[in-house]
Design a protein around this ligand. Sequence first.
Ligand code: MG
Length: 257
Amino acid sequence: MKKSTAYLCAALLFPIPVLAASSSASSGKADWQLAEETEVWSPVPPIVTTSENKAPSDAIVLFDGKSLDQWQAADGGEAKWNVFNGTLVVAPKTGDIKTKESFCDVQLHVEWMTPTKITDANGKPLESQARNNSGIFLQEKYEVQVLDSYQNKTYSNGQAGSIYKQSIPLANASRAPGVWQTYDIIFNAPKFEQEKLVTPGYVTVLHNGVLVQNHFEIQGATAWIGKPSYAAHGCAPLRLQDHGNPVSFRNIWIRKL
Ligand code: MG
């Protein structure tokens, strides 16, 4: 083989990267130098360790399957819901419960399950909002609806995954009664200066991994009757609703943002 042919073959087989040797005509810098100019090395994100079905290492565990230590009744007394088999179950007519701690911007993970029994004591089917209802009230005021919305017609802005009476979920990702479901919620709390609203709240919700609320602008405190409106407040507890049905919860954790 001629020497020139040998060089050509080598060049085809082992192409030499030319990027490192090139330079920008205008700056006189090599590409790698230009690339370095847009690298940001500080701050370094904190390490958060995770493992399947466990709270991230920097989360506050609000319910670990055992105790109600993090909770109290909505009126400030002792939380009266039931804990058994690693689950927290609404004790109907005992009232809502709320966290002892207050929160502002958060990432929240909640697992919940509605009962398989979908009839009342007289055997009459539970329908619409009566079909095993609960709710997650961010800052005690803004409800992400919990409801058995599996083959259960109700008003769209009141079904599971809705921001109650404010925003219809983008999809119905509901699983059947008796099957655990997940909510992953990112909440940016509203900001006030004295009594004035400066920035509304925003909420993003994934229901069983499906995006159902995409950075929705919260219209105000949840209202059953009439339009929602804001009243100034600071950081506030997370509240779970007793709507008279034995809905179950487990693996509740929250990260302050
Ligand atoms: Mg509700």
